[in-house]
Design a protein around this ligand. Structure first.
Ligand code: TYM
Length: 333
C-alpha cells in the first residue's frame, strides 16, 4: 500500500501558532516524502453554529494560510471537505460501526459541549466518526496532527479494525499519527495550563498567523511567565508551564530540541529571552502573514485551487466508495 497522508483544519477562525507548529509546518516538510491531502474541514466546522458568510470567508482564509506556509497545491491535494460528498456517506457507515461507548469517552466532546450537553448538536457528538471517514476514505496511512487529536486517531484505528472484522475484510489501514516537533501542544500565552485555541476570548492568548510584526512582539512581551530565570536543565521546566511553553515555542521555531534551547539560554532572564523569541517569531511568521495578505487579494486563485483539489479528491475517493458499498452490501451501479 502506498504511504498517504491526510490531515485537516477546521475553518472556524484565524490560524494560530498552535496550528502552525503542531500541524501545518510539519505538513510542509512531509509533502516531499508522501502523497498528501490537506483539507479545510467545513463539515466539521458546522458542528458548532457558523455564520455562512464567515464560514466561506474563513475557508478561503485558512486555505491561503496553507499555501502561504509553503504547501504546494500542485504536489498536494488541497480542498474543502464538503466538495467531496463521500466524506458524509462514509461517515454514515462508520457511525454504524462505532459504538456509543467509544464516543462517550471522547474528551473533546466533553470540553466543547461543556455544561450544555443536552443542547449540543448531534454532529458534535458524531464528529470523530466524520474524522475517521476523512482519513479512511483515502486509506491514509499517516496523519500529522497536534497532540490534542491523538484520541480521535485512536478512535479511527478502532473503527477501521471493527469495520474490517465485522465484514471479514482487510480493507482499511490502521493509520499512524505523526505528532512531530518540539511544540506538539502549544499553550495559551496567558495561562500555561490551557491550550492555545481559536475560541479563547483574549487575543493576547495566541499568536495568529496574520498578526503584524508589532503584534507578535507585543504578545510575546506580555506573555505570562514566573519570576525565575531560565533553568539549567529541561527538568527545571517541570511545574513551570508558562516557561516550558515559551521554551518549546523557541525550540520548534528554531528547529532545535528543548534541551539545546535550554543549554543556550540557561540562567538568562525571561525579559532577555522574550526579546530573542520575539525576533525569531517575527522572522519566521511575518513572511507567512505577508504572503497571506497577497493571496487574500486573489480569491479567484484560492477558489481555483480548492475546485481543482476537490476534483482530484473525488477521483481518489470514488473507487474506494464503490468498494465500500459492495463490502457493506448496498446495491449500486
Ligand atoms: P483543529 O482545526 O482544531 O486544529 C488543526 C490542527 O492544529 C493542531 N493544533 C495544535 N497543535 C499544537 N498546539 C495547539 N495549541 C494546537 N491547536 C490545534 C491540531 O492538533 C490539528 O492538527 N479534528 C481536527 C480536524 C480534522 C482532522 C481530520 C485532522 C478533521 N478531520 C482528519 C486530521 C485528520 C481539528 O479540529 O483540528
Amino acid at each position: 500500500m502506498t504511504d498517504r497522508i491526510f490531515s485537516g483544519v477546521q475553518p472556524t477562525g484565524n490560524l494560530h501558532l498552535g496550528n502552525y507548529l503542531g500541524a501545518i509546518r510539519n505538513w510542509v516538510r512531509l509533502q516531499n516524502e508522501y502523497e498528501c491531502l490537506f483539507c479545510l474541514v467545513d463539515m466539521h466546522a458546522i458542528t458548532i453554529w457558523q455564520d455562512p458568510l464567515e464560514l466561506a470567508a474563513n475557508t478561503r482564509e485558512v486555505a491561503a494560510g496553507f499555501l502561504a506556509a509553503g504547501i504546494d497545491p500542485v504536489r498536494c491535494i488541497v480542498f474543502n471537505q464538503s466538495r467531496v460528498p463521500a466524506h458524509a456517506e462514509l461517515a454514515w457507515i462508520l457511525n454504524c460501526t462505532a459504538r456509543l461507548g467509544w464516543l462517550n469517552r471522547m474528551t473533546q466532546f466533553k470540553e466543547k459541549a461543556g455544561k450544555q450537553r443536552e443542547n449540543a448538536s448531534v454532529g458534535l457528538y458524531a464528529y470523530p466518526c466524520l474524522m475517521a471517514a476523512d482519513i479512511l476514505l483515502y486509506k491514509a496511512t499517516h496523519v500529522p496532527v497536534g497532540e490534542d487529536q491523538k484520541q480521535h486517531l485512536e478512535l479511527t484505528r478502532d473503527v477501521a479494525q471493527k469495520f474490517n472484522s465485522d465484514y471479514g475484510v482487510d480493507f482499511f489501514p490502521l493509520t499512524e499519527p505523526l505528532i512531530l516537533g518540539a511544540a506538539t501542544r502549544v499553550m495559551s500565552l496567558r495561562d500555561g495550563t490551557k491550550k492555545m485555541s481559536k475560541s479563547e476570548p483574549s487575543e493576547f492568548s495566541r499568536i495568529n498567523l496574520t498578526d503584524t510584526a508589532d503584534a507578535i512582539a507585543d504578545k510575546i512581551r506580555k506573555a505570562r511567565t514566573d519570576p525565575a530565570p531560565l533553568p539549567e536543565t529541561t527538568a527545571g521546566l517541570e511545574g513551570r508551564p508558562e516557561a516550558a511553553n515559551l521554551v518549546g515555542i523557541y525550540a520548534a521555531l528554531s528547529d532545535q530540541s528543548v534541551a539545546e534551547t535550554i543549554a543556550r539560554f540557561s540562567g538568562r532572564l525571561f525579559s532577555d529571552f522574550k526579546g530573542e523569541l520575539a525576533d525569531l517569531a517575527v522572522a519566521k511568521l511575518d513572511p507567512i502573514a505577508s504572503e497571506m495578505r497577497r493571496l487574500r487579494a486573489d480569491s479567484g486563485y484560492i477558489d481555483q485551487v480548492l475546485r481543482d483539489g476537490g476534483a482530484r479528491a473525488r477521483a481518489l475517493a470514488e473507487p474506494l466508495m464503490t468498494e465500500v458499498r459492495r463490502i457493506v452490501g448496498f446495491l449500486a451501479e
